[in-house]
Design a protein around this ligand. Structure first.
Ligand code: ARG
Length: 333
């Protein structure tokens, strides 16, 4: 691949995380200031206490240098939440966030193994607004709801669609993203609507809303449904010819098609797919954390930082135009 197109492809694949790193360097520094970086005045005062007490012998100077070095080192490395402003004092507890990071552009791992994506930026911004700290842990989709239920994860951000059934076993924040299923096929396949998939081999990510949709059309036990651990695996199988179509969330399908021109996929939209909305999930009954998340979410929607994150990933266009307005009213399907 020529260098320029490789660079372009890379820019598209890891869209914002890299520039964000730079633009957030200053807020990140100030954010860690109260925790790790004493002001020069504080230092002057500290030094004078030491000298008046004749404390400043060689070893204590060494010790001081060490402490200083650690403080500066800590400041350089601290990953501050991505938010324009922090409105609450930061709680010391760190909430563990589960995410199935094989779902670009919502959550994926970049070349250095860091978890990045739209969902990640949203939760970082929400956390900063709500004054809480979060740590992201890659968690396979298959066990993700169990991990929440058992307390191994405090919250989930994983493009999780709010459904009536899931509401029975977990609680959801206010919706933060509108989505809809989309069909991916190899370019030459003649399909124009969802019901055309009735007798075809269809790949889905196991246990997703795409799985639900095709299970409804073909019957849950249909041998034509091929269930995969991740959506990219299903799409790879489509490319290899093992399935005739893949049904998955529109944002992920569009991202994959745009970044894998070689696969020569085509997408087919169908308005009979239900409007879906993503929510941040917490363990059923964890109203305290839920309130914080909702407060943070409302805050970043009100101050424009949500819109900034949205456009940085999806531009001005709405990913699920038909879903946007109507779905906002009802969180559950
Ligand atoms: N929105 C779909 C669902 O909730 C798929 C989500 C899959 N997310 C992921 N990170 N793999 O069922």
């Amino acid at each position: 691949m020529p260098e320029k197109s490789l660079r372009l492809a890379l820019q598209r694949y890891i869209p914002q995380s890299l520039d964000k790193r730079q633009t957030n360097a200053a807020p990140a520094f100030f954010f860690c200031q109260p925790v790790y970086c004493p002001s020069p005045l504080f230092f002057k005062a500290y030094m004078s206490t030491l000298s008046t007490r004749h404390f400043l012998n060689t070893s204590s100077r060494l010790g001081l240098g060490l402490v200083l070095g650690l403080m500066l080192g800590a400041c350089g490395k601290t990953e501050a939440p991505v938010a324009a402003s922090v409105t609450a004092p930061v709680e010391s507890r760190v909430y563990v966030v589960g995410t199935d990071a094989a779902y670009a552009p919502f959550e994926s791992q970049n070349a250095s193994g860091e978890i990045v994506g739209f969902d990640i930026d949203v939760v970082k911004a929400v956390a900063a607004k709500a004054g809480i700290q979060v740590r992201f842990v890659n968690t396979p989709w298959e066990g993700i709801f169990n991990a929440l239920n058992q307390g191994d994860r405090d919250l989930l951000v994983s493009a999780v669609t709010i459904t009536t059934e899931r509401r029975e076993s977990m609680d959801f924040s206010a919706p933060y993203f509108d989505a809809r299923q989309l069909i991916a096929i190899r370019g030459a396949t003649e399909i124009s609507k969802f019901t055309d998939l009735k007798t075809l081999k269809v790949g889905v990510q196991n246990g997703t809303t795409g799985d639900e949709a095709i299970s409804k059309l073909q019957g849950k036990t249909s041998t034509n449904i091929k269930r995969f651990e991740s959506t990219p695996l299903a799409l790879k199988e489509l490319e290899a010819g093992g399935v005739d179509a893949v049904v998955a969330d529109n944002g992920v399908v569009v991202h994959y098609v745009n970044n894998n021109a070689g696969a020569k996929f085509r997408t087919v939209a169908d308005n009979s797919f239900a409007a879906e909305q993503y929510g941040i999930a917490v363990k059923k009954g964890n109203t305290e954390l839920l309130a914080k998340l909702n407060q943070g979410l409302a805050g970043i929607k009100a101050d424009g930082s949500y819109a900034k994150i949205y456009t940085s990933y999806f531009g001005a266009e709405t990913v699920a135009p038909a879903a946007a307005a109507s779905a906002a009213a009802s969180a559950a399907k």
